[in-house]
Write a protein that binds this ligand. Structure first.
Ligand code: UGA
Ligand code: MN
Length: 321
C-alpha cells in the first residue's frame, strides 16, 4: 500500500518536472524579432529586416524566462564597424542574456546593414531591434572630437517612442562592462535614476554625491559647465516619463551628450532616484579596448583556396591594400 503511494508521488513529481521543462523550452523559443528599421539622415525609415549571413539557421542560446511580469529594459547600444566590434558585442550580448525582459536596440553607425551583427543577434535569441543610424555627414567630416553614437542613441529613442508604452531606457556603449545587478537597480526607475560608473577619467569614478540619501553634488573628472556631469552609463530613464517630453533627445555636441539629454528631459535633481544602495555600489564600468589594427592580408593567399580560411576571412578586418 505504502509502496504504491510512493510510486504515485514519484510519478506526479516526474510529471511536474516534465511540464516545467517543456514550458521552459517554449519560453526560450518565444523570441520577438522586430529587427531592422533602416535609419538614415536622422529620420527612421520603415524597412525590411535583412536576413543574417546566407540565411543560415542560427542555433539560439539559452536565456532566462522572459515572461516575468516586470518592466522591460530597452538597452540602446551604439556600435560601429571595427576589428573589435563583434567581440565587444558578444561580451555585452552575453551579459544581457543573463537578464530577463531586455529588449536590445543595437544601433549601428553605418548606412549598410551588418550581417555579422545580425548573425550574433539572431544567435543570442533575445528580443532585439537592429537600426542603421549613420552619423550625419557634417559631423563625420568635422575635425576634432565627434559626437560619437549620438545618431545611434537618438535613433533608438525614436524607436522606443514609436513602439513602447512603458519600461526603462538605458544607454549601454558596446565597450563598457556591466554587472547584471545594474539592471535590477534601474528596472523600477520612475523618472530618471542615477548610479556610479567606475573607471571614468582620472578620478576613477563618476557619481552623484549623496549624503543621508540627499543629493549634494557630482563627483566627476569633468564638471565644466555641465548641469548634469554624469557618464552615459550612469543613468536610466523611464519610458512614460520620456513620452511626456516629446522634444527630448541627445544633442550632437561632443562632451555634452549626457548633459543635453538630461536637460532636455527638464528634470531637477530632486526628482532623480539614487539607486545602487544610495550610489555606493559600482555596477557599470567605463572600460575601453585599446586600438586594434586591421589584420594582414596573408589569409587571402591562393594556397588557402578551398580551406576553412576562405570562411574565416569574413570574420576579420583586413588591412587595405
Ligand atoms: C566617451 C564617454 O565616456 C561616453 O559616455 C560617451 O558616450 C562617448 O565618449 C561619446 O562621445 O559619445 P568613449 O569610450 O570615449 O566614451 O567612446 P566610445 O566607446 O569610442 O564610443 C561611444 C559609443 O559610440 C560606443 O558604443 C561606440 O560603439 C559608438 N561609436 C563610436 C559610434 O557609433 N561611432 C563612432 O564613430 C564611434
Ligand atoms: Mn567607450
Amino acid at each position: 500500500m505504502q509502496r504504491r503511494l510512493v510510486t504515485k508521488y514519484l510519478l506526479a513529481g516526474f510529471l511536474v518536472m516534465a511540464v516545467t521543462m517543456i514550458l521552459y523550452e517554449m519560453s526560450t523559443s518565444r523570441v520577438e524579432r522586430i529587427s531592422c528599421l533602416p535609419y538614415g539622415n536622422g529620420v527612421p525609415m520603415e524597412g525590411l529586416r535583412m536576413p543574417a549571413l546566407d540565411q543560415k539557421e542560427v542555433a539560439p542560446a539559452r536565456r532566462p524566462m522572459d515572461n516575468a511580469d516586470i518592466p522591460t529594459i530597452y538597452v540602446i547600444t551604439p556600435t560601429y564597424k571595427r576589428p573589435a566590434q563583434i567581440p565587444e558585442l558578444t561580451r555585452l550580448g552575453q551579459t544581457l542574456m543573463h537578464v530577463p525582459r531586455i529588449h536590445w536596440i543595437v544601433a549601428e553607425d553605418t548606412n549598410n546593414t551588418n550581417p555579422h551583427v545580425l548573425e550574433l543577434l539572431d544567435h543570442l535569441g533575445m528580443p532585439y531591434t537592429y537600426l542603421t543610424t549613420p552619423m550625419p555627414h557634417k559631423y563625420r567630416i568635422k575635425s576634432g572630437s565627434k559626437p560619437k553614437g549620438v545618431a545611434n542613441r537618438n535613433g533608438g529613442l525614436e524607436w522606443v517612442r514609436k513602439h513602447a508604452t512603458s519600461g526603462v531606457i538605458y544607454f549601454a556603449d558596446d565597450d563598457n562592462t556591466y554587472d547584471i545587478r545594474v539592471f535590477d537597480e534601474m528596472r523600477y526607475t520612475k523618472r530618471v535614476s542615477m548610479f556610479p560608473v567606475g573607471l571614468v577619467t582620472s578620478k576613477g569614478i563618476s557619481t552623484p554625491v549623496v549624503r543621508n540619501g540627499k543629493f549634494v553634488s557630482f563627483y566627476d573628472g569633468w564638471i565644466s559647465n555641465r548641469k548634469f556631469p554624469v557618464d552615459m552609463a550612469g543613468f536610466a530613464i523611464n519610458v512614460n516619463f520620456l513620452l511626456k517630453k516629446p522634444g527630448a533627445s541627445m544633442p550632437f555636441v561632443p562632451g555634452y551628450e549626457e548633459d543635453g539629454m538630461l536637460r532636455s528631459l527638464n528634470i531637477t535633481m530632486n526628482e532623480v532616484e539614487f539607486v545602487a544602495d544610495n550610489c555606493t555600489k559600482v555596477y557599470a564600468w567605463h572600460t575601453r579596448t585599446g586600438p586594434i589594427a586591421p589584420a594582414s592580408r596573408s589569409i587571402l593567399d591562393s594556397k588557402y583556396n578551398d580551406t576553412n580560411l576562405r570562411v574565416l576571412r569574413e570574420k576579420i578586418h583586413l588591412k587595405k591594400k
